[in-house]
Ligand binder design. Structure first.
Ligand code: HEM
Length: 125
């Protein structure tokens, strides 16, 4: 059971990275114009949902496995929250018709996920 959820967590984290990169690309794609287009909406939901799923499976293996005394799983909670807040800010900017913080926000989302994955794979604390 543990191994199943651990694999699910790895797969979810990869999907989350892929969906977030695709959303970032769609948000930055100037030729698609301003606003939350259909494609952006779909990829926004995909990025948020897959990251949420990575968080849920992460919490499951934290308490099913020997990790709850370590710090890195709680970095994951912060990562999911930070990814969500940055994503909401980008969506808000696009809906207001501007691009404002788009480049910064989507880069931050990708950086947060990469940092979380690195910390989790190496478990330094
Ligand atoms: C609430 C959020 C999260 C919690 C509690 C959590 C918890 C964990 C735990 C306990 C492990 C160790 C599992 C093992 O090595 O058997 C792990 C591994 C891992 N996590 Fe997370 N995680 C969370 C979110 C994320 C996110 C957002 C990402 C990246 C998008 C991520 C990527 C990874 C990766 C790449 C591994 C290593 C898998 C492996 O070595 O096979 N996690 N996580």
């Amino acid at each position: 059971m543990y191994a199943f959820f651990a694999h699910l967590h790895s797969a979810a984290s990869l999907l989350s990275l892929a969906a977030t990169l695709a959303w970032g690309w769609a948000a930055m794609n100037h030729s698609a114009g301003a606003g939350m287009t259909g494609r952006r909406k779909g990829l926004y939901v995909a990025a948020m949902a897959t990251t949420g799923f990575a968080g849920l499976t992460g919490l499951a293996i934290t308490f099913a496995g020997p990790w709850s005394q370590m710090l890195f799983p709680y970095v994951g909670v912060a990562a999911v929250a930070g990814h969500g807040m940055a994503g909401k800010a980008v969506k808000g900017a696009l809906m207001r018709g501007g691009r404002g913080i788009t480049a910064f926000g989507v880069s931050l989302q990708a950086a947060i996920l990469l940092a979380a994955a690195g910390i989790m794979a190496t478990k330094p604390f």
